[in-house]
Ligand binder design. Structure first.
Ligand code: GP9
Ligand code: MN
Length: 616
Protein backbone atom coordinates (compact mmCIF):
# COMPACT_ATOMS: atom_id res chain seq x y z
CA UNK A 1 0.00 0.00 0.00
CA UNK A 2 2.80 2.38 0.99
CA UNK A 3 4.51 1.53 -2.26
CA UNK A 4 1.37 2.43 -4.31
CA UNK A 5 1.03 5.78 -2.60
CA UNK A 6 4.58 6.87 -3.45
CA UNK A 7 4.01 5.82 -7.07
CA UNK A 8 0.92 8.02 -7.09
CA UNK A 9 2.86 11.00 -5.78
CA UNK A 10 5.31 10.72 -8.65
CA UNK A 11 2.55 10.80 -11.26
CA UNK A 12 1.62 14.15 -12.79
CA UNK A 13 -1.62 15.30 -14.34
CA UNK A 14 -1.66 16.94 -17.79
CA UNK A 15 -2.64 20.19 -16.10
CA UNK A 16 0.39 19.99 -13.82
CA UNK A 17 2.68 19.39 -16.76
CA UNK A 18 1.29 22.39 -18.61
CA UNK A 19 1.65 24.55 -15.51
CA UNK A 20 5.27 23.46 -14.97
CA UNK A 21 6.06 24.14 -18.65
CA UNK A 22 4.42 27.57 -18.48
CA UNK A 23 6.32 28.44 -15.32
CA UNK A 24 9.62 27.31 -16.89
CA UNK A 25 8.92 29.47 -19.95
CA UNK A 26 7.88 32.35 -17.76
CA UNK A 27 11.15 32.19 -15.85
CA UNK A 28 13.14 31.97 -19.09
CA UNK A 29 11.26 34.91 -20.54
CA UNK A 30 11.83 36.98 -17.41
CA UNK A 31 15.56 36.23 -17.64
CA UNK A 32 15.67 37.31 -21.26
CA UNK A 33 13.58 40.43 -20.53
CA UNK A 34 15.97 41.57 -17.83
CA UNK A 35 19.28 40.31 -19.17
CA UNK A 36 18.90 39.74 -22.91
CA UNK A 37 17.26 43.02 -23.89
CA UNK A 38 18.32 46.48 -22.94
CA UNK A 39 14.97 47.68 -21.54
CA UNK A 40 15.74 50.59 -19.32
CA UNK A 41 14.28 50.33 -15.81
CA UNK A 42 13.08 53.83 -15.14
CA UNK A 43 11.04 53.32 -12.00
CA UNK A 44 10.68 50.59 -9.37
CA UNK A 45 7.26 49.53 -10.72
CA UNK A 46 8.91 48.55 -14.00
CA UNK A 47 10.30 45.46 -12.29
CA UNK A 48 7.05 43.77 -11.13
CA UNK A 49 5.33 44.92 -14.36
CA UNK A 50 8.02 43.26 -16.48
CA UNK A 51 8.02 40.14 -14.32
CA UNK A 52 4.28 39.60 -14.62
CA UNK A 53 3.94 40.64 -18.27
CA UNK A 54 4.68 37.28 -19.99
CA UNK A 55 2.61 35.12 -17.61
CA UNK A 56 -0.96 35.70 -18.85
CA UNK A 57 -0.20 35.21 -22.52
CA UNK A 58 1.81 32.03 -21.87
CA UNK A 59 -1.04 30.59 -19.80
CA UNK A 60 -3.53 31.32 -22.58
CA UNK A 61 -1.26 30.03 -25.33
CA UNK A 62 -0.85 26.63 -23.69
CA UNK A 63 -4.51 26.57 -22.62
CA UNK A 64 -5.55 25.96 -26.23
CA UNK A 65 -4.44 22.32 -25.98
CA UNK A 66 -7.16 21.63 -23.40
CA UNK A 67 -9.87 22.13 -25.96
CA UNK A 68 -8.68 19.51 -28.43
CA UNK A 69 -8.94 15.75 -28.62
CA UNK A 70 -6.41 13.47 -27.01
CA UNK A 71 -4.53 13.03 -30.31
CA UNK A 72 -4.13 16.74 -30.94
CA UNK A 73 -3.32 17.77 -27.38
CA UNK A 74 0.37 16.76 -27.42
CA UNK A 75 0.80 18.20 -30.92
CA UNK A 76 -0.64 21.53 -29.81
CA UNK A 77 1.37 21.42 -26.64
CA UNK A 78 4.60 21.14 -28.63
CA UNK A 79 3.49 23.72 -31.19
CA UNK A 80 2.86 26.17 -28.33
CA UNK A 81 6.29 25.38 -26.90
CA UNK A 82 7.98 25.91 -30.27
CA UNK A 83 6.07 29.16 -30.97
CA UNK A 84 6.97 30.64 -27.58
CA UNK A 85 10.63 29.64 -27.85
CA UNK A 86 10.96 30.74 -31.46
CA UNK A 87 9.55 34.16 -30.59
CA UNK A 88 11.80 34.48 -27.57
CA UNK A 89 15.02 33.35 -29.22
CA UNK A 90 14.20 35.10 -32.51
CA UNK A 91 13.68 38.34 -30.61
CA UNK A 92 16.87 37.83 -28.66
CA UNK A 93 19.03 37.32 -31.76
CA UNK A 94 17.37 40.18 -33.63
CA UNK A 95 17.72 42.45 -30.61
CA UNK A 96 21.41 41.64 -30.27
CA UNK A 97 22.12 43.31 -33.56
CA UNK A 98 19.28 45.71 -34.21
CA UNK A 99 18.37 46.64 -30.60
CA UNK A 100 14.79 46.16 -31.71
CA UNK A 101 12.11 43.47 -31.76
CA UNK A 102 11.00 41.29 -34.63
CA UNK A 103 7.86 42.57 -36.37
CA UNK A 104 5.49 40.80 -38.73
CA UNK A 105 6.85 42.53 -41.87
CA UNK A 106 10.39 41.50 -40.89
CA UNK A 107 9.40 37.87 -41.39
CA UNK A 108 8.67 38.70 -45.03
CA UNK A 109 12.08 40.28 -45.48
CA UNK A 110 13.97 37.55 -43.64
CA UNK A 111 16.69 37.31 -46.32
CA UNK A 112 17.39 41.01 -45.97
CA UNK A 113 18.17 40.81 -42.28
CA UNK A 114 20.96 38.34 -42.85
CA UNK A 115 18.88 35.15 -43.07
CA UNK A 116 20.84 32.39 -41.43
CA UNK A 117 24.22 33.48 -42.78
CA UNK A 118 27.45 34.43 -40.99
CA UNK A 119 25.77 37.54 -39.54
CA UNK A 120 23.39 35.40 -37.47
CA UNK A 121 26.07 32.98 -36.30
CA UNK A 122 28.11 35.94 -35.07
CA UNK A 123 25.19 36.85 -32.82
CA UNK A 124 24.82 33.43 -31.19
CA UNK A 125 26.54 32.30 -28.05
CA UNK A 126 27.06 28.79 -26.56
CA UNK A 127 25.30 30.08 -23.43
CA UNK A 128 22.12 30.33 -25.49
CA UNK A 129 21.79 26.56 -25.12
CA UNK A 130 20.72 27.17 -21.53
CA UNK A 131 17.57 28.76 -22.93
CA UNK A 132 16.47 25.36 -24.14
CA UNK A 133 17.14 23.47 -20.95
CA UNK A 134 13.44 22.78 -20.47
CA UNK A 135 13.68 20.61 -23.54
CA UNK A 136 15.37 18.06 -21.28
CA UNK A 137 12.87 18.46 -18.46
CA UNK A 138 9.59 18.25 -20.37
CA UNK A 139 10.04 14.71 -21.83
CA UNK A 140 10.96 13.53 -18.33
CA UNK A 141 7.77 15.14 -17.00
CA UNK A 142 5.71 13.61 -19.75
CA UNK A 143 6.91 10.12 -18.79
CA UNK A 144 5.41 10.70 -15.36
CA UNK A 145 2.00 11.57 -16.71
CA UNK A 146 -1.02 9.52 -15.59
CA UNK A 147 -3.54 8.56 -18.22
CA UNK A 148 -6.45 9.11 -15.90
CA UNK A 149 -5.36 12.62 -15.13
CA UNK A 150 -5.30 13.48 -18.83
CA UNK A 151 -8.93 14.54 -18.55
CA UNK A 152 -8.99 18.07 -17.27
CA UNK A 153 -12.16 19.06 -15.43
CA UNK A 154 -14.19 21.99 -16.84
CA UNK A 155 -13.86 23.73 -13.51
CA UNK A 156 -10.08 23.54 -13.79
CA UNK A 157 -10.22 24.86 -17.33
CA UNK A 158 -12.28 27.86 -16.22
CA UNK A 159 -9.82 28.62 -13.45
CA UNK A 160 -6.89 28.24 -15.77
CA UNK A 161 -8.34 30.45 -18.52
CA UNK A 162 -9.58 33.12 -16.08
CA UNK A 163 -6.14 33.37 -14.47
CA UNK A 164 -4.55 33.87 -17.90
CA UNK A 165 -7.13 36.41 -19.00
CA UNK A 166 -6.99 38.42 -15.79
CA UNK A 167 -3.19 38.55 -15.95
CA UNK A 168 -3.30 39.78 -19.54
CA UNK A 169 -5.91 42.43 -18.70
CA UNK A 170 -4.00 43.59 -15.63
CA UNK A 171 -0.77 43.79 -17.65
CA UNK A 172 -2.32 45.76 -20.52
CA UNK A 173 -4.46 47.94 -18.23
CA UNK A 174 -1.51 48.81 -16.03
CA UNK A 175 0.60 49.54 -19.12
CA UNK A 176 -2.06 51.94 -20.44
CA UNK A 177 -2.40 53.73 -17.12
CA UNK A 178 1.34 54.32 -17.07
CA UNK A 179 1.57 55.36 -20.73
CA UNK A 180 -1.56 56.46 -22.58
CA UNK A 181 0.42 56.42 -25.86
CA UNK A 182 1.35 52.76 -25.47
CA UNK A 183 -0.54 51.64 -28.56
CA UNK A 184 -0.88 54.87 -30.56
CA UNK A 185 2.93 55.23 -30.43
CA UNK A 186 3.55 51.50 -30.69
CA UNK A 187 6.68 52.17 -32.76
CA UNK A 188 8.39 52.50 -29.40
CA UNK A 189 8.75 48.73 -29.29
CA UNK A 190 11.09 48.75 -26.30
CA UNK A 191 8.40 50.59 -24.33
CA UNK A 192 5.67 48.27 -25.57
CA UNK A 193 7.52 45.06 -24.75
CA UNK A 194 8.51 46.44 -21.36
CA UNK A 195 4.87 47.19 -20.59
CA UNK A 196 2.99 44.22 -22.02
CA UNK A 197 5.67 41.54 -22.44
CA UNK A 198 7.01 39.96 -25.62
CA UNK A 199 4.11 37.59 -26.33
CA UNK A 200 1.33 40.17 -25.99
CA UNK A 201 3.48 42.46 -28.09
CA UNK A 202 3.69 39.89 -30.90
CA UNK A 203 -0.03 39.33 -30.83
CA UNK A 204 -0.65 43.08 -31.08
CA UNK A 205 1.92 43.44 -33.85
CA UNK A 206 0.27 40.60 -35.76
CA UNK A 207 -3.17 42.20 -35.47
CA UNK A 208 -1.75 45.56 -36.55
CA UNK A 209 -0.12 43.94 -39.58
CA UNK A 210 -3.47 42.46 -40.56
CA UNK A 211 -5.44 45.74 -40.45
CA UNK A 212 -2.95 48.31 -41.81
CA UNK A 213 -3.43 47.35 -45.49
CA UNK A 214 -6.99 48.71 -45.17
CA UNK A 215 -5.52 52.23 -44.73
CA UNK A 216 -5.08 53.03 -48.41
CA UNK A 217 -8.43 51.57 -49.50
CA UNK A 218 -10.37 53.77 -47.12
CA UNK A 219 -8.31 56.96 -47.55
CA UNK A 220 -9.65 60.07 -49.28
CA UNK A 221 -8.22 63.41 -50.41
CA UNK A 222 -9.34 64.98 -47.14
CA UNK A 223 -6.87 62.76 -45.25
CA UNK A 224 -3.98 64.59 -46.90
CA UNK A 225 -5.01 67.96 -45.49
CA UNK A 226 -3.52 67.67 -41.99
CA UNK A 227 -0.06 67.02 -43.46
CA UNK A 228 -0.36 69.92 -45.87
CA UNK A 229 -1.54 72.19 -43.05
CA UNK A 230 1.30 71.14 -40.75
CA UNK A 231 4.03 71.36 -43.35
CA UNK A 232 3.00 74.68 -44.87
CA UNK A 233 4.39 76.39 -41.78
CA UNK A 234 7.80 74.82 -42.30
CA UNK A 235 10.44 77.54 -42.49
CA UNK A 236 12.04 78.01 -45.93
CA UNK A 237 14.90 80.46 -45.72
CA UNK A 238 17.33 80.88 -48.56
CA UNK A 239 21.11 81.37 -48.49
CA UNK A 240 23.68 82.59 -50.98
CA UNK A 241 24.41 78.94 -51.73
CA UNK A 242 21.02 78.57 -53.39
CA UNK A 243 21.63 77.25 -56.90
CA UNK A 244 25.39 76.96 -56.55
CA UNK A 245 25.29 73.45 -58.11
CA UNK A 246 22.48 74.16 -60.57
CA UNK A 247 22.45 71.92 -63.63
CA UNK A 248 25.32 69.70 -62.45
CA UNK A 249 25.26 65.92 -62.37
CA UNK A 250 24.40 64.58 -58.94
CA UNK A 251 26.26 61.57 -57.54
CA UNK A 252 25.09 60.20 -54.21
CA UNK A 253 27.33 57.67 -52.52
CA UNK A 254 25.64 55.56 -49.87
CA UNK A 255 28.49 54.45 -47.61
CA UNK A 256 27.49 51.16 -46.05
CA UNK A 257 27.33 51.14 -42.23
CA UNK A 258 29.62 54.16 -41.97
CA UNK A 259 29.41 56.01 -38.67
CA UNK A 260 30.81 59.45 -38.05
CA UNK A 261 33.21 58.40 -35.30
CA UNK A 262 35.64 57.01 -37.91
CA UNK A 263 36.16 60.44 -39.44
CA UNK A 264 39.51 61.97 -38.48
CA UNK A 265 40.25 59.02 -36.21
CA UNK A 266 43.50 57.12 -36.18
CA UNK A 267 44.55 53.60 -35.26
CA UNK A 268 48.18 53.71 -34.20
CA UNK A 269 48.79 56.93 -36.16
CA UNK A 270 47.06 55.62 -39.29
CA UNK A 271 43.89 57.40 -40.40
CA UNK A 272 40.85 55.13 -40.86
CA UNK A 273 39.47 57.39 -43.59
CA UNK A 274 42.44 59.33 -45.07
CA UNK A 275 40.63 60.16 -48.30
CA UNK A 276 37.38 61.34 -46.68
CA UNK A 277 39.38 63.42 -44.19
CA UNK A 278 41.09 65.23 -47.07
CA UNK A 279 37.83 65.57 -49.00
CA UNK A 280 36.17 67.22 -46.00
CA UNK A 281 38.69 70.09 -46.17
CA UNK A 282 37.23 70.98 -49.55
CA UNK A 283 33.57 70.21 -48.90
CA UNK A 284 30.55 70.95 -46.79
CA UNK A 285 30.94 68.52 -43.94
CA UNK A 286 27.85 68.15 -41.78
CA UNK A 287 29.26 66.84 -38.54
CA UNK A 288 26.06 66.31 -36.51
CA UNK A 289 23.83 64.22 -38.74
CA UNK A 290 21.91 61.32 -37.24
CA UNK A 291 20.94 57.95 -38.64
CA UNK A 292 17.11 57.90 -38.75
CA UNK A 293 16.65 54.50 -40.36
CA UNK A 294 14.53 51.72 -38.88
CA UNK A 295 14.10 48.07 -39.84
CA UNK A 296 14.57 48.83 -43.54
CA UNK A 297 18.23 49.81 -43.00
CA UNK A 298 19.87 50.89 -46.31
CA UNK A 299 16.50 51.03 -48.03
CA UNK A 300 15.14 53.34 -45.32
CA UNK A 301 17.98 55.79 -45.89
CA UNK A 302 17.29 55.74 -49.62
CA UNK A 303 13.60 56.29 -48.94
CA UNK A 304 14.17 59.32 -46.69
CA UNK A 305 16.55 60.97 -49.12
CA UNK A 306 14.28 60.39 -52.08
CA UNK A 307 10.94 61.27 -50.50
CA UNK A 308 11.51 63.33 -47.35
CA UNK A 309 9.15 60.99 -45.51
CA UNK A 310 10.00 58.93 -42.44
CA UNK A 311 10.52 55.20 -42.91
CA UNK A 312 7.89 52.87 -41.51
CA UNK A 313 8.04 51.78 -37.90
CA UNK A 314 8.09 48.11 -38.76
CA UNK A 315 9.51 46.42 -41.80
CA UNK A 316 10.84 48.20 -44.86
CA UNK A 317 8.64 50.65 -46.74
CA UNK A 318 10.45 49.44 -49.90
CA UNK A 319 9.01 45.99 -49.32
CA UNK A 320 5.58 47.07 -48.16
CA UNK A 321 4.62 50.08 -50.26
CA UNK A 322 6.11 49.80 -53.75
CA UNK A 323 2.79 50.63 -55.42
CA UNK A 324 2.29 54.03 -53.82
CA UNK A 325 2.62 57.37 -55.55
CA UNK A 326 5.74 59.27 -54.41
CA UNK A 327 6.91 62.78 -55.13
CA UNK A 328 10.52 61.70 -55.26
CA UNK A 329 13.83 63.41 -55.82
CA UNK A 330 14.34 61.49 -59.10
CA UNK A 331 10.90 62.62 -60.27
CA UNK A 332 11.62 66.24 -59.41
CA UNK A 333 14.92 66.09 -61.31
CA UNK A 334 13.42 64.26 -64.26
CA UNK A 335 11.16 67.24 -64.82
CA UNK A 336 14.42 69.15 -65.31
CA UNK A 337 15.71 66.67 -67.88
CA UNK A 338 17.88 64.61 -65.58
CA UNK A 339 18.55 60.95 -66.28
CA UNK A 340 18.13 59.03 -63.03
CA UNK A 341 19.76 55.75 -62.02
CA UNK A 342 20.94 53.56 -59.17
CA UNK A 343 24.12 51.47 -59.13
CA UNK A 344 24.37 48.59 -56.68
CA UNK A 345 26.23 45.29 -56.90
CA UNK A 346 23.61 43.20 -55.11
CA UNK A 347 20.55 41.33 -56.41
CA UNK A 348 17.71 43.44 -57.81
CA UNK A 349 15.22 41.90 -55.44
CA UNK A 350 17.08 42.74 -52.22
CA UNK A 351 14.89 45.21 -50.30
CA UNK A 352 12.45 44.92 -53.20
CA UNK A 353 14.51 47.56 -54.95
CA UNK A 354 13.48 46.53 -58.44
CA UNK A 355 9.82 47.41 -57.80
CA UNK A 356 10.40 50.36 -55.53
CA UNK A 357 12.78 52.09 -57.94
CA UNK A 358 9.98 52.09 -60.50
CA UNK A 359 7.69 53.75 -57.97
CA UNK A 360 10.41 56.30 -57.16
CA UNK A 361 10.79 57.07 -60.85
CA UNK A 362 14.31 55.82 -61.58
CA UNK A 363 15.10 55.40 -65.27
CA UNK A 364 17.59 52.58 -64.73
CA UNK A 365 18.77 50.23 -61.99
CA UNK A 366 22.23 48.75 -62.59
CA UNK A 367 22.31 45.73 -60.29
CA UNK A 368 24.36 42.56 -59.84
CA UNK A 369 23.39 41.26 -63.30
CA UNK A 370 24.99 44.33 -64.91
CA UNK A 371 28.34 43.76 -63.18
CA UNK A 372 31.06 41.19 -63.67
CA UNK A 373 30.92 39.48 -60.31
CA UNK A 374 33.34 36.64 -59.61
CA UNK A 375 34.46 34.66 -56.60
CA UNK A 376 37.71 36.67 -56.58
CA UNK A 377 36.14 40.12 -56.68
CA UNK A 378 33.49 39.37 -54.05
CA UNK A 379 33.35 39.26 -50.27
CA UNK A 380 30.50 38.99 -47.76
CA UNK A 381 27.36 40.39 -49.50
CA UNK A 382 28.86 40.65 -53.00
CA UNK A 383 31.15 42.58 -55.29
CA UNK A 384 33.93 44.47 -53.50
CA UNK A 385 33.72 48.24 -53.52
CA UNK A 386 36.88 48.83 -55.60
CA UNK A 387 35.59 46.62 -58.41
CA UNK A 388 32.09 48.04 -58.03
CA UNK A 389 33.25 51.64 -58.49
CA UNK A 390 35.59 50.70 -61.32
CA UNK A 391 32.80 49.08 -63.32
CA UNK A 392 30.32 51.80 -62.34
CA UNK A 393 32.41 54.63 -63.85
CA UNK A 394 32.47 52.80 -67.17
CA UNK A 395 28.68 52.68 -67.18
CA UNK A 396 28.35 56.22 -65.91
CA UNK A 397 30.38 57.51 -68.83
CA UNK A 398 27.65 56.30 -71.15
CA UNK A 399 24.79 58.01 -69.32
CA UNK A 400 22.97 60.98 -70.81
CA UNK A 401 23.84 64.16 -68.87
CA UNK A 402 22.86 65.73 -66.60
CA UNK A 403 22.35 62.63 -64.49
CA UNK A 404 21.34 61.85 -60.94
CA UNK A 405 22.86 58.61 -59.68
CA UNK A 406 22.96 56.82 -56.39
CA UNK A 407 25.88 54.44 -55.84
CA UNK A 408 25.45 51.97 -53.01
CA UNK A 409 28.59 50.42 -51.53
CA UNK A 410 28.56 46.99 -49.91
CA UNK A 411 31.90 45.86 -48.49
CA UNK A 412 31.64 47.59 -45.13
CA UNK A 413 28.74 45.42 -44.03
CA UNK A 414 28.39 43.43 -40.83
CA UNK A 415 30.17 41.13 -39.95
CA UNK A 416 32.91 43.15 -41.73
CA UNK A 417 34.83 40.45 -43.56
CA UNK A 418 37.85 41.20 -45.71
CA UNK A 419 40.79 39.18 -47.08
CA UNK A 420 44.14 40.17 -45.63
CA UNK A 421 45.47 41.58 -48.94
CA UNK A 422 42.62 44.14 -48.88
CA UNK A 423 43.27 45.23 -45.31
CA UNK A 424 45.03 48.56 -45.68
CA UNK A 425 45.11 49.32 -41.98
CA UNK A 426 45.72 46.93 -39.14
CA UNK A 427 42.78 45.81 -37.08
CA UNK A 428 41.92 47.83 -34.00
CA UNK A 429 42.86 46.35 -30.67
CA UNK A 430 39.68 46.50 -28.58
CA UNK A 431 37.86 43.75 -26.69
CA UNK A 432 35.29 43.57 -29.49
CA UNK A 433 36.36 41.73 -32.65
CA UNK A 434 33.53 43.20 -34.71
CA UNK A 435 34.87 46.71 -34.00
CA UNK A 436 38.45 45.60 -34.70
CA UNK A 437 37.43 44.30 -38.12
CA UNK A 438 35.16 47.29 -38.82
CA UNK A 439 38.07 49.72 -39.10
CA UNK A 440 39.62 47.59 -41.86
CA UNK A 441 36.46 47.50 -43.99
CA UNK A 442 35.88 51.23 -43.49
CA UNK A 443 39.50 51.86 -44.53
CA UNK A 444 38.98 49.68 -47.61
CA UNK A 445 35.80 51.59 -48.54
CA UNK A 446 37.70 54.88 -48.20
CA UNK A 447 40.32 53.62 -50.67
CA UNK A 448 37.59 52.54 -53.09
CA UNK A 449 35.99 56.01 -52.96
CA UNK A 450 39.38 57.61 -53.54
CA UNK A 451 39.89 55.52 -56.68
CA UNK A 452 36.37 56.40 -57.82
CA UNK A 453 37.11 60.12 -57.54
CA UNK A 454 40.34 59.63 -59.53
CA UNK A 455 38.44 57.74 -62.23
CA UNK A 456 35.75 60.43 -62.38
CA UNK A 457 38.49 63.03 -62.91
CA UNK A 458 40.13 60.90 -65.58
CA UNK A 459 36.86 60.52 -67.48
CA UNK A 460 36.11 64.24 -67.28
CA UNK A 461 33.04 63.67 -65.14
CA UNK A 462 34.32 65.24 -61.94
CA UNK A 463 34.13 69.00 -62.54
CA UNK A 464 30.46 69.20 -63.47
CA UNK A 465 29.20 67.00 -60.66
CA UNK A 466 28.01 67.50 -57.09
CA UNK A 467 28.96 64.59 -54.81
CA UNK A 468 26.86 63.71 -51.79
CA UNK A 469 28.43 61.07 -49.54
CA UNK A 470 26.53 59.77 -46.55
CA UNK A 471 26.72 56.89 -44.07
CA UNK A 472 23.50 54.93 -44.50
CA UNK A 473 23.14 53.78 -40.85
CA UNK A 474 25.13 52.49 -37.91
CA UNK A 475 27.46 49.56 -38.44
CA UNK A 476 28.30 48.85 -34.84
CA UNK A 477 25.13 48.02 -33.00
CA UNK A 478 24.64 48.71 -29.31
CA UNK A 479 25.75 45.17 -28.47
CA UNK A 480 29.27 45.91 -29.74
CA UNK A 481 29.47 49.60 -28.81
CA UNK A 482 31.76 48.91 -25.90
CA UNK A 483 34.57 48.45 -28.43
CA UNK A 484 33.88 51.86 -29.96
CA UNK A 485 33.96 53.52 -26.57
CA UNK A 486 37.29 51.83 -25.96
CA UNK A 487 38.52 53.23 -29.25
CA UNK A 488 37.25 56.76 -28.69
CA UNK A 489 38.03 56.89 -24.98
CA UNK A 490 34.47 57.99 -24.24
CA UNK A 491 32.35 56.75 -21.40
CA UNK A 492 29.47 54.37 -22.18
CA UNK A 493 26.58 56.72 -21.30
CA UNK A 494 23.13 57.10 -22.89
CA UNK A 495 24.09 60.52 -24.30
CA UNK A 496 27.29 59.12 -25.83
CA UNK A 497 25.29 56.22 -27.25
CA UNK A 498 23.06 58.77 -29.00
CA UNK A 499 26.20 60.52 -30.26
CA UNK A 500 27.32 57.26 -31.89
CA UNK A 501 24.20 57.32 -34.07
CA UNK A 502 25.79 60.08 -36.12
CA UNK A 503 26.69 59.32 -39.71
CA UNK A 504 28.97 61.42 -41.91
CA UNK A 505 27.43 63.67 -44.56
CA UNK A 506 29.84 65.28 -47.00
CA UNK A 507 28.74 67.42 -49.93
CA UNK A 508 31.56 68.09 -52.35
CA UNK A 509 31.06 70.63 -55.12
CA UNK A 510 34.24 71.02 -57.21
CA UNK A 511 35.21 74.68 -57.25
CA UNK A 512 33.20 75.57 -54.13
CA UNK A 513 35.19 75.81 -50.92
CA UNK A 514 32.73 74.45 -48.36
CA UNK A 515 33.04 74.37 -44.58
CA UNK A 516 32.08 72.33 -41.55
CA UNK A 517 28.45 72.76 -40.52
CA UNK A 518 27.72 71.49 -37.06
CA UNK A 519 23.96 72.02 -36.99
CA UNK A 520 21.98 69.02 -35.82
CA UNK A 521 20.10 67.22 -38.58
CA UNK A 522 19.14 63.84 -39.94
CA UNK A 523 19.04 61.86 -43.15
CA UNK A 524 15.56 63.18 -43.89
CA UNK A 525 17.15 66.64 -44.30
CA UNK A 526 19.48 65.59 -47.12
CA UNK A 527 16.87 66.01 -49.85
CA UNK A 528 15.99 69.70 -49.22
CA UNK A 529 19.70 70.44 -48.78
CA UNK A 530 20.49 69.02 -52.22
CA UNK A 531 17.52 70.85 -53.75
CA UNK A 532 18.73 74.10 -52.18
CA UNK A 533 22.20 73.73 -53.67
CA UNK A 534 20.67 72.89 -57.03
CA UNK A 535 18.48 75.97 -56.93
CA UNK A 536 15.22 74.04 -57.01
CA UNK A 537 12.28 75.41 -55.13
CA UNK A 538 9.75 72.61 -54.94
CA UNK A 539 6.07 73.36 -54.95
CA UNK A 540 5.51 70.11 -53.16
CA UNK A 541 5.81 70.66 -49.47
CA UNK A 542 4.75 67.21 -48.34
CA UNK A 543 8.20 66.29 -47.07
CA UNK A 544 9.46 66.44 -43.52
CA UNK A 545 13.06 67.38 -44.25
CA UNK A 546 14.60 70.76 -43.58
CA UNK A 547 17.47 72.36 -45.46
CA UNK A 548 20.57 71.78 -43.33
CA UNK A 549 22.04 75.20 -44.07
CA UNK A 550 19.13 76.95 -42.39
CA UNK A 551 17.56 74.26 -40.21
CA UNK A 552 16.10 75.55 -36.96
CA UNK A 553 18.06 73.65 -34.37
CA UNK A 554 15.25 73.68 -31.89
CA UNK A 555 13.33 71.34 -34.15
CA UNK A 556 14.06 67.78 -32.99
CA UNK A 557 15.83 65.23 -35.15
CA UNK A 558 13.24 62.48 -34.86
CA UNK A 559 14.01 58.79 -34.74
CA UNK A 560 11.57 56.13 -35.80
CA UNK A 561 10.93 54.82 -32.29
CA UNK A 562 9.69 58.24 -31.14
CA UNK A 563 13.00 59.22 -29.55
CA UNK A 564 14.85 62.32 -30.76
CA UNK A 565 17.72 64.69 -30.28
CA UNK A 566 17.84 68.49 -30.11
CA UNK A 567 20.79 70.78 -29.44
CA UNK A 568 20.03 70.68 -25.71
CA UNK A 569 18.18 67.45 -24.99
CA UNK A 570 17.85 63.90 -26.11
CA UNK A 571 15.00 61.50 -25.47
CA UNK A 572 16.20 57.93 -25.54
CA UNK A 573 14.59 54.71 -24.30
CA UNK A 574 11.84 56.75 -22.64
CA UNK A 575 14.23 59.00 -20.70
CA UNK A 576 15.01 62.69 -21.30
CA UNK A 577 18.66 63.73 -20.86
CA UNK A 578 20.48 67.01 -21.05
CA UNK A 579 22.99 66.71 -23.90
CA UNK A 580 25.54 68.75 -22.02
CA UNK A 581 25.46 67.24 -18.55
CA UNK A 582 23.83 63.86 -19.25
CA UNK A 583 21.47 64.50 -16.35
CA UNK A 584 17.85 63.36 -16.49
CA UNK A 585 15.48 66.22 -17.19
CA UNK A 586 12.03 64.68 -17.75
CA UNK A 587 9.85 67.78 -18.28
CA UNK A 588 12.23 69.34 -20.83
CA UNK A 589 11.30 66.82 -23.52
CA UNK A 590 7.49 66.93 -23.34
CA UNK A 591 6.89 69.43 -26.19
CA UNK A 592 9.41 67.74 -28.43
CA UNK A 593 7.80 64.37 -27.72
CA UNK A 594 4.54 65.78 -29.05
CA UNK A 595 6.25 67.08 -32.19
CA UNK A 596 7.82 63.66 -32.74
CA UNK A 597 4.49 61.87 -32.35
CA UNK A 598 2.79 64.34 -34.68
CA UNK A 599 5.37 64.10 -37.49
CA UNK A 600 5.61 60.32 -37.33
CA UNK A 601 1.85 59.97 -37.45
CA UNK A 602 1.44 62.36 -40.38
CA UNK A 603 4.20 60.60 -42.29
CA UNK A 604 2.68 57.17 -41.56
CA UNK A 605 -0.74 58.42 -42.67
CA UNK A 606 0.75 59.57 -45.98
CA UNK A 607 2.39 56.21 -46.59
CA UNK A 608 -0.35 53.89 -45.35
CA UNK A 609 -3.08 55.99 -47.00
CA UNK A 610 -1.06 56.46 -50.21
CA UNK A 611 -2.11 60.08 -49.87
CA UNK A 612 0.33 61.61 -52.35
CA UNK A 613 -1.82 60.20 -55.15
CA UNK A 614 -4.41 62.85 -54.23
CA UNK A 615 -1.90 65.70 -54.39
CA UNK A 616 -0.32 65.04 -57.77
C1 GP9 B 1 22.29 45.11 -49.60
C2 GP9 B 1 22.63 46.37 -48.91
C3 GP9 B 1 22.93 46.15 -47.47
O1 GP9 B 1 21.75 45.29 -50.87
O2 GP9 B 1 21.65 47.31 -49.09
O3 GP9 B 1 21.79 45.96 -46.76
P1 GP9 B 1 21.51 46.51 -45.28
O4 GP9 B 1 21.50 45.29 -44.43
O5 GP9 B 1 22.59 47.43 -44.88
O6 GP9 B 1 20.23 47.20 -45.39
MN1 MN C 1 23.24 49.34 -45.22
Amino acid sequence: MRMKQSEHVQKLSALNIVIITVVALWIKTAFVLFLGFDLRIVSAVDIPAMLISPAGSLILLFGFCFYFTKTFKPVLFWISWIVANALLYGDLLYYRFYTDFVTLPILFQFDNVGGLGPSTLELMSPWDLLLFIDLLIIPWLLRKKTDKAAVIQSRQKVWYASTGLILVLVTVGFGLIRSPYLFSASYDRDGLVKAIGPYNYHLYDFALGAVTPLGSTLATKADAQPSEEYLKNKETESTDLFGVAEGRNVVLISMESTQDFVINRKIDDEEITPFLNDLIDDSFYFSNIYDQTAQGKTSDSEFMIDTGLYPLASGSVFVQKPDNTYVSLPNILKKRDYYTSVFHGNERTFWNREDMYDALGYDKFFSERDYIVTEENSVNYGIKDVDFFEQTVEKMEELPQPFFSRLITLTNHFPFLLESEDQLIKQADTKIDVVNRYVTTVRYQDEAIKQFFNDMKEKGLYENTIFVLYGDHYGISEKFEEGVFELTGKEATPVNHVGLQQVPLIIHIPGVKGKEINKNGGEIDIRPTILHLMGIQTDNKVSFGRDLFTRNEDHPVIFRDGSFVTKEFTFNDGVCYSMETGEISTSSCVTYQETARKELKLSDDIIYGDLLRFLE
